[in-house]
Design a protein around this ligand. Sequence first.
Ligand code: HEC
Length: 76
Amino acid sequence: MQQPAKQKDSRTAQSILETKCSKCHTVQVIDAAISAHKDMAKIQKVMEGKGASLSASEREVLGIFWKQKNPLQVNK
Ligand code: HEC
């Protein structure tokens, strides 16, 4: 609430998650990986190796993950 720009990033991230990223697996998979502090850059490479084509904005989402602890729990 106090930082609208950040909030917008989170909303964007979440909508990308729900549309793009949940095509191949659930959002829970992502949430769990964030909680476990997994390396998103590495995960991205693994996924691309398995045929995931991530657009620039989707990659940005992965970057946003690093800046925020958990983008999926912003709407408190
Ligand atoms: C084309 C299918 C596909 C799409 C689209 C996709 N993924 Fe994945 N993702 C996978 C596969 C396959 C795995 C399992 C990789 C493995 O074998 O460990 C995975 C696993 C993951 C994991 C867990 C990795 C781990 O080691 O726990 C995360 C986090 C993740 N994806 C994030 C994302 C995000 C964020 C997006 C959207 C930007 C996304 N994925 C879109 C295929 C996809």
